[in-house]
Design a protein around this ligand. Structure first.
Ligand code: AMP
Ligand code: FE
Ligand code: FE
Ligand code: ZN
Length: 283
């Protein structure tokens, strides 16, 4: 019997946020890795969507418009992925523009904090690393620190300066998990708790589910086999959807490349079916 396993990747970044691959390169890599469906989930932007829709047809890979939002719970960053978000939704667009504006301001403040630490670094130096300052993030700043030999690696830059609790850490917009989930729902999307092991707040999942959270990212490069099994069990227990992907950021973050972690296609089909049914399509 010839059954070819099919795969999806529901968590990918591009140059529209802090990834180093263009939208086109993402499609190329997905094709090379035999992936049938991808979601581009840039931080606070759906700018990859227009190109994604065109390449979907050209490459024969299904494309899902996604986003990764940042919320806060007890001073910890909670990343919430929105899949199938409608980029035309007015309120959603306005909120994303607000988050983007805050990103540019925040990058400036982070650079100021780094200067206070004695590092000779200018905000303008980020222009070379970031396609659009409204999408500037800590990964861009980490890359600049490595380039200028203020850090040995991206990890080192985070550990020394940029991670939560470190001297140049700056939070983003103060969105609660409930608000992030609501925003995604308003844009007709599915909300997924990203890389839950990094957050380490499994006890909150049931509460967030009650606030409207639809699913968990069980498949992620930072999850061990045990983590993945645990999140599959939790999703099952609370009747939640399962998602996952590579969280690919391109160069500089090699453990997250496309193809490293693939979502079995049956989970993608469930996401798609759920989305279609919720939006009133007859299956
Ligand atoms: P931002 O949205 O600007 O807060 O940046 C978040 C991004 O920084 C994440 O998506 C990762 O790409 C990266 N990041 C966060 N923490 C770390 C870390 N400890 N090591 C490497 N990259 C990190
Ligand atoms: Fe990122
Ligand atoms: Fe994330
Ligand atoms: Zn991500």
């Amino acid at each position: 019997m010839d059954t070819v396993e099919k795969w999806a990747d529901m968590h990918i970044h591009t140059t529209k946020s802090d990834g180093s691959n263009t939208v086109e390169q993402v499609f190329e890599h997905a094709r090379r890795e035999g992936i049938s469906a991808i979601a581009i989930t840039d931080h606070d932007t759906v700018a990859a969507g227009v190109e994604g829709r065109i390449l979907e047809k050209a490459c024969g890979i299904e494309f899902v418009t996604g986003v990764e939002l940042s919320a806060v719970y007890e001073n910890r960053e909670v990343h919430i992925i929105g899949l199938y978000v409608n980029p035309e939704n007015k309120n959603f667009q306005e909120r994303l523009s607000y988050f983007q504006k805050r990103r540019a301001e925040r990058a400036e403040k982070i650079v100021k904090k780094l200067r206070e630490q004695g590092l000779k670094i200018q905000y303008e130096e980020l222009y070379e690393i970031t396609e659009n300052m409204n999408n500037a993030g800590r990964l861009h700043i980490a890359k600049l620190l490595v380039k200028k030999n203020f850090a040995l690696s991206i990890k080192d830059a985070f550990n020394k300066y940029l991670a939560e609790g470190r001297p140049a850490y700056m939070e983003k917009a103060k969105l609660t998990v409930g608000e992030a989930v609501e925003l995604i729902k308003e844009a007709k999307g599915i909300s997924i708790l990203a890389h839950p092991v990094l957050l380490d707040k499994d006890g909150m999942i049931e509460t967030w589910k009650k606030e409207g959270l639809d699913g968990l990212e069980a498949f992620h490069p930072d999850h061990s086999y045990e983590d993945m099994s645990r999140y599959l069990d939790i999703a099952n227990k609370f009747d939640m959807l399962v998602s996952g992907g590579s969280d690919c950021h391109g160069s500089g973050k090699d453990h997250t490349r496309i193809g490293k972690i693939k979502l079995p296609y049956r989970y993608y089909e469930k996401l798609k079916k759920y989305q279609m049914e919720r939006n009133g399509a007859k299956i």
